[in-house]
Design a protein around this ligand. Structure first.
Ligand SMILES: NC(=O)c1ccc[n+]([C@@H]2O[C@H](COP(=O)([O-])OP(=O)(O)OC[C@H]3O[C@@H](n4cnc5c(N)ncnc54)[C@H](OP(=O)(O)O)[C@@H]3O)[C@@H](O)[C@H]2O)c1
Length: 329
C-alpha cells in the first residue's frame, strides 16, 4: 500500500488531516537519549516524509532547538514541509509544572519562545504551539488573561495556527478544565498499554469539545519496544537510567512479556510488541495521531506501515484494561 492509500485522521477542530502515525522528535534532538547520530536521524526524518508521515512533534527543549533545526533541515532536503507541533518550555524549566503561571508562561515568554521556534524551524507560522507543561489551577490566576491574549495575538499575526497543551506525565486529569474552557485546539498526553487513564475522562471530554488528541510515549520510553531486558543498561546521559531505576526495569519487562504473550504469541493480533503497542493507541478514534520517537530508519518503516492497521476489537481492548499499570514515578 502506498502512502496516498493510507487513512488520515482529523486533528480535532484544527481540521488538519494527519497520518495517524506521526513523528516524535525528542530523540533526534540529541538530548537525554544517550548517543544519537545526526546523520541517521536525518535519514529517518526523510524516510518518514517519503512514507507520507505529515505530523512532527518537537520542542525547543529537545536539544535547545536541535530537534527543531533537524526537522527544518529534513524539510529543506525533502523539498516540502509537513505539519509541526512544537512546545514552549516553562520559564522556570520545571517538569512537571510547578508554581504560578507567571513563573512558567508569562505572555512575553510565550512570544519570545514562539519567535525562537519559528527561526529554528525556518518558517513564518507554526501549525501548533503547545505549552510544554500545564496545570488547571493556572486558569484562575490573573496572569492567565495576559497569556491567553498573547496566544490570540500570535494567532492573529499568523505566527501560530493552533494552540495546545502537553499534559504532565501520568496526570491526565490535570488538564480537564482547560479542555472544558474551549481555548485549546489540541492536547498531548501519555497514552499506552500501561498508561490508560486518559480513557476515563480526558478522551471523552476531548471528543465532546472536538479537541485533537496527540498520544505520546506509545512505547513507554522503550518499555513496550520489545528491546529491553532486565539487564539492559542505559548511558549516563540517557534519562531512562532514572526512568527505569529502582526495580522498575524488571517489573516493566515482566509486564511487557505478559502483553507480548497475550497479543503476539497466543492471539497473533500483532507481529511484535511495538506493533501491538501502536495498534492499541490507534484503536481509539479519539486519538488523532500517535507519535513514537524514532531515530532509526527501520523503526520509521515498521511504525508508519501501521498507519492503516485495523483497530483491536472491543473484547481485546477490554481485556487490555487489566494490563494498565499506574506507576509511582
Ligand atoms: N512532556 C512532553 O511533552 C513529552 C514527553 C515525552 C515525549 N514527548 C513526545 O512524544 C514522543 C514519543 O515519546 P518518546 O520518544 O519519549 O518515547 P516512545 O515513543 O515511547 O519510545 C521511543 C523509543 O522506542 C524506540 N522505538 C521506536 N519504534 C520502535 C520499534 N518499531 N521497535 C522497537 N523500538 C522502537 C525508539 O528507538 P530509536 O529512537 O532508536 O529509533 C526509542 O528508543 C517524543 O519523541 C516527543 O515528541 C513529549
Amino acid at each position: 500500500m502506498n502512502s496516498t492509500q493510507q487513512s488520515f485522521r482529523q486533528l480535532g477542530r484544527t481540521g488538519l488531516q494527519v497520518l495517524p502515525i506521526g513523528y516524535g522528535a525528542w530523540g533526534v534532538g540529541k538530548s537525554m537519549w544517550g548517543k544519537t547520530d545526526d546523520a541517521e536521524s536525518l535519514k529517518s526524518l526523510l524516510k518518514a516524509l517519503e512514507l507520507g508521515c505529515n505530523f512532527f512533534d518537537t520542542a525547543y527543549v529537545y536539544g535547545d532547538g536541535h530537534s527543531e533545526r533537524m526537522i527544518a533541515k529534513a524539510f529543506e532536503e525533502y523539498g516540502s514541509r509537513a505539519f509541526v507541533a512544537t512546545k514552549a518550555p516553562p520559564k522556570n524549566f520545571s517538569w512537571p509544572s510547578r508554581g504560578l503561571l507567571k513563573d512558567s508562561f508569562p505572555a512575553d515568554w510565550l512570544i519570545f519562545c514562539t519567535e525562537r521556534s519559528l527561526r529554528n524551524l525556518k518558517t513564518d507560522c507554526l501549525e501548533i504551539q503547545q505549552l510544554h507543561v500545564w496545570q488547571d489551577s493556572w486558569l484562575q490566576e490573573p496572569e492567565w488573561d495576559k497569556t491567553l491574549k498573547a496566544v490570540q495575538v500570535l494567532k492573529k499575526h499568523g505566527k501560530i495556527k493552533f494552540f495546545g497543551v502537553s499534559v504532565n506525565t501520568r496526570d491526565p486529569k490535570s488538564a480537564l478544565e482547560i479542555v472544558r474552557s474551549g481555548v485549546v485546539d489540541t492536547v498531548q498526553v501519555v497514552f499506552n498499554l500501561f498508561e490508560q487513564e486518559p480513557l476515563e475522562a480526558l478522551f471523552p471530554l476531548c471528543r465532546e469539545k472536538n479537541v485533537g488528541v496527540i498520544a505520546r510515549v506509545p512505547l513507554d520510553e522503550g518499555g513496550l519496544s520489545g528491546t529491553l531486558s532486565e539487564n539492559s543498561k542505559f548511558e549516563e546521559d540517557d534519562f531512562r537510567s532514572n526512568y527505569f531505576a529502582g526495580g522498575l526495569l524488571k517489573e516493566t519487562v515482566r509486564r511487557a512479556k505478559l502483553l507480548e504473550d497475550y497479543l503476539v504469541k497466543d492471539h497473533k493480533l500483532a507481529l511484535s510488541l511495538p506493533e501491538a503497542a501502536l495498534k492499541f493507541c490507534l484503536s481509539f478514534p479519539e486519538v488523532s495521531v500517535v507519535i513514537p520517537g524514532m531515530r532509526k530508519i527501520k523503526h520509521v518503516q515498521s511504525n508508519i506501515a501501521l498507519a492503516h492497521s485495523k483497530p483491536f476489537e472491543k473484547p481485546v481492548l477490554e481485556k487490555l484494561r487489566s494490563h494498565a499499570w499506574k506507576r509511582n514515578l
